[in-house]
Design a protein around this ligand. Structure first.
Ligand code: PMP
Length: 334
């Protein structure tokens, strides 16, 4: 029998998909790790299970305990589903600006959802900062333990990617991988995969894919954490060096605009049948930049983080896109 054990056993071991258009355009193999096929629908299932297992090992979480987290949505969905499967309650704090689809999904799966205004990290009302305060408050009354998952600064996140995503990419390519790139939310994926691949072969290039509105490109390129412009993508972009990013082996950095990423996303859907979210568009655009820098014949791996359906009201909404002066999918443009 080839059977996986429930939700938890179904996380990971995702396929690596050759992206035909981007590969043809660059003369390289552009491969996307199909993280949208995780059972919670995103790459963040991996961080969720890694963080929960780490808390269990430390004795911080006992049956019936509570998981509290601040999230752009996907980590919350992953944590809530892991919680359902393992018997923990989840309390999720999310900025109200995130997509309606993710809010609906969080309520659907039974998370206790607390929406807060989108405030900068330095403000105590920021979703991450507030989730920490809330976890401390709940800890006073919960007998079975409360954890603040703290995905940004809890390095169990990147350790999970190092132990799973990175190993899978190495195995699936038979070691024939020249570069890896992805965008950063917490940095868990980029750092964890980067560290795993560098251990296998230090010559593999690790590249940051940075959307507009994120401060990381300027940090790595010019030593200054400075954000410029903005992006409609969700779950990526960062204004500080998180503990997960600390010491990450990053060789190159590419800035990607929504104007570059969206047409690729629309082509992947219409020409290749892959319906992906915005961060996947940023990642594929960056993978093509990395491929063009390396020249034809190389293999570049990136992450296909989640499904486009999670952002239908934005990414695939002509009215929204026109308001933002962004490209509109040709088949929806009537
Ligand atoms: N893409 C999406 C859609 C996400 O939700 C996230 C996580 N917030 C990322 C990419 C970034 O992943 P990481 O947190 O590992 O940097």
């Amino acid at each position: 029998m080839d059977v996986r054990d429930g939700f938890i056993g179904s996380i990971g071991e995702t396929p690596l998909i050759r992206l035909e258009g981007p590969s043809r355009a660059t003369g390289c193999d552009i491969l996307g790790k199909a993280e949208f096929l995780n059972p919670g629908g995103s790459v963040k299932d991996r961080a969720a299970i890694a963080i929960v297992r780490d808390a269990e090992r430390r004795g911080a979480l006992r049956p019936g305990g509570v998981i509290v987290e601040g999230t752009a949505g996907n980590t919350g969905i992953g944590l809530a589903l892991v919680g359902n499967a393992l018997g923990y309650r989840t309390v999720i704090v999310m900025p109200e600006t995130q997509s309606q689809e993710k809010k609906d999904m969080l309520r659907l799966v039974g998370a206790d959802l607390r929406l807060v205004p989108a405030l900068p990290y330095k403000d105590p009302g920021n979703y991450v900062r507030y989730s920490e305060t809330l976890a401390a408050e709940l800890a006073a009354t919960e007998p079975n333990g409360v954890i603040w998952a703290n995905q940004f600064d809890n390095t169990a996140n990147r350790e999970g990617h190092k132990a799973t995503t990175g190993q899978e990419i190495w195995r699936q390519t038979g070691g024939a991988v020249d570069a890896f790139t992805c965008a950063v939310g917490t940095g868990g994926t980029l750092a964890g995969v980067g560290m795993a691949l560098k251990e296998m072969n230090p010559d593999i290039r690790i590249a940051l894919a940075d959307p507009m509105g994120s401060a990381l490109y300027n940090h790595y390129a010019h030593g200054e954490l400075k954000a410029e412009g903005n992006s409609i993508t969700e779950g990526i972009g960062q204004g500080r060096i998180t503990a997960n990013l600390e010491g990450a082996p990053i060789d190159d950095w590419h800035r990607v605009t929504d104007e570059e990423a969206l047409p690729l996303l629309f082509d992947l859907l219409k020409n290749e049948g892959l319906c992906l979210g915005g961060s996947s568009g940023i990642n594929v655009a960056a993978a093509m930049k990395v491929a063009r820098d390396l020249g034809p014949g190389h293999t570049v791996v990136t992450i296909l983080c989640d499904f486009g359906t999670r952002y239908q009201s934005k990414l695939f909404n002509p009215t929204f896109l026109r308001q933002k002066n962004l490209p509109v999918p040709s088949w929806l443009d009537s």
